[in-house]
Design a protein. Structure first.
Length: 175
């Protein structure tokens, strides 16, 4: 069984103005193995984010099923990270605390959070901006904080090692 599986998934958004619903995904099936990379391309509004939101558990299919690791997706979970289309950072927290926000919720100490966040901040090229607030960042920098947050979140998960391995390989070290 594939790691991520969409089986005959359709999504119809209700039309708040009383017209017919909007068919956004129409009988989509796909399967992804672990570590496989999938690019979804299509015109604006064709349903790419909706597809990702289903896998993340933010949206539910109108029909069909979405499974991750064999289990139907019913809600967001600690086994999945999302880099949002808008950076969606917490404006009252500095970069390091945004990156380690999940670990704050887990009750990790400030020192642990800083140690955990730093490699991911370095990885996305934001060394020196740890204590800057989102309002002090460019759009691209904000997106990179979102990427670091998603990657750091996975560190709790055993597969998070893949991120660190990729970084070391990139730096010329042993993967
Ligand atoms: N919560 C929602 N309620 C109603 N309609 C929605 C909702 N979310 C998305 N849609 C509609 O579903 C369609 C697909 O939206 P989606 O955000 O998946 O597009 P996208 O392919 O990611 O586009 P873009 O490239 O612009 O990001 C759009 O027509 C959008 O208006
Ligand atoms: Mg989108």
């Amino acid at each position: 069984m594939a790691f991520v599986e969409l089986d005959d998934v359709s999504k119809v958004f209700a039309d708040a103005r009383g017209g017919t619903g909007l068919l956004t995904l129409d009988h989509v099936s796909l399967s992804l193995e672990k570590y496989e990379l999938l690019c979804v391309l299509g015109p604006s509004g064709c349903g790419k984010s909706t597809l990702l939101n289903m896998i993340a558990g933010f949206e539910h299919p109108t029909s069909g099923t979405v499974r991750v690791d064999g289990k139907p997706v019913t809600a967001p979970g600690a086994d999945r990270s999302v880099v949002f289309q808008q950076a969606t950072l917490l404006p009252w927290l500095p970069v390091c605390e945004n990156v380690a926000f999940y670990h704050k919720l887990q009750g990790r100490s400030k020192k642990e959070r800083q140690e955990l966040a730093q490699p991911y901040i370095d990885l996305v090229g934001l060394t020196g901006f740890e204590h800057h607030y989102p309002a002090e960042l460019s759009g691209g920098m904000s997106q990179r904080v979102g990427i670091a947050r998603a990657a750091a979140r996975l560190q709790r998960h055993p597969d998070g090692r893949a991120v660190c391995r990729a970084r070391r390989a990139d730096e010329g070290g042993n993967p």
